[in-house]
Design a protein around this ligand. Structure first.
Ligand SMILES: [Zn+2]
Length: 266
């Protein structure tokens, strides 16, 4: 057995002290982690219950909760084969949302129905927190405005060209007061498909449903919606339906309600 020198003895003591310290730190870490665990436990079941709720909603979603035909319904579907009726319909609760606007607040196009305006404010605020600065480019469009825009386009491009540029009067979703064209505050890719590739467009695609909006005119759904891809155009339908459509792989309104037309009128 080797003789234990004083030096060895000190070495051993230091070693013991070191391992003691390690044990103590491990113990404290365990205590700390245990104390913080209730927090994790508190969030875990709620996350689970959310998933559960979503799954339940999917199976029992009430497609009749709101009308898709009734003017003023938040699920009202207006497209090229489902024109606004009466053609001169105008919502009675239009307001200017408190968000950055493309033109002055006095311009009638900077309005949305109250419920959609409030939802848009929340959406834009959330985007700002993620350093995404969105602006309202166009909201409500009156029948008269659609007539003026369409006629100007016919003069410029002929009828076929005009049909590609703008909806025929009375068929624009913007007349419901529930549709909004969004753009970056910088106005980059304003009403152009490249908006979909910008951080602003990507944020909108990923988050709009949380505030009750859907990207109605999705990519490669021309035959379904009657429109080419418009990543900037969002439609308010409320969070029940927007979440349901999001969970169903972004089904379009026409697909979800099984009203895809056999053919587009133009
Ligand atoms: Zn639009």
């Amino acid at each position: 057995m080797p003789i234990l020198t004083l030096r060895d003895y000190n070495k051993n003591m230091r070693k013991k002290a070191f391992y003691g310290l390690v044990t103590f730190i491990s113990l404290m870490l365990t205590v700390w982690l245990t104390l913080y665990k209730p927090d994790n436990k508190a969030t875990a079941p709620s996350a689970k219950s959310t998933t559960q709720t979503t799954a339940d909603t999917t199976s029992t979603f009430n497609k009749q909760l709101y009308s898709i035909d009734q003017p003023g319904s938040i699920w009202w579907i207006v497209n090229k084969v489902r024109p606004v009726n009466p053609a001169t319909y105008a919502p009675d609760d239009l307001v200017v949302p408190a968000v950055p606007l493309r033109v002055s607040a006095g311009d009638g196009e900077m309005r949305l129905r109250k419920e959609a305006a409030t939802a848009l404010e929340k959406l834009v605020q959330a985007a700002t927190q993620d350093k995404i600065n969105l602006m309202l480019a166009s909201g409500y469009r009156s029948y008269q405005l659609q007539v003026a825009v369409y006629n100007a386009n016919v003069q410029k491009y002929g009828q076929a060209g005009a049909d590609k540029q703008s909806a025929r009067p009375g068929t624009s979703e913007h007349q419901t007061g529930l549709a909004a064209d969004m753009e970056p505050v910088s106005r980059q890719c304003e009403t152009e498909q490249c908006f979909g590739d910008l951080p602003e467009g990507q944020w909108l695609a990923a988050n709009a449903y949380k505030y009750g909006f859907v990207i109605h005119y999705q990519e490669n759904k021309d035959a379904v919606t009657g429109y080419e891809y418009e990543p900037w155009h969002i439609r308010y339908v409320g969070t029940d339906l927007s979440t349901e459509l999001h969970n169903q792989n972004n089904l379009t309104l026409e697909e979800f309600f099984d009203i895809v037309p056999d053919h587009q009128p133009y």
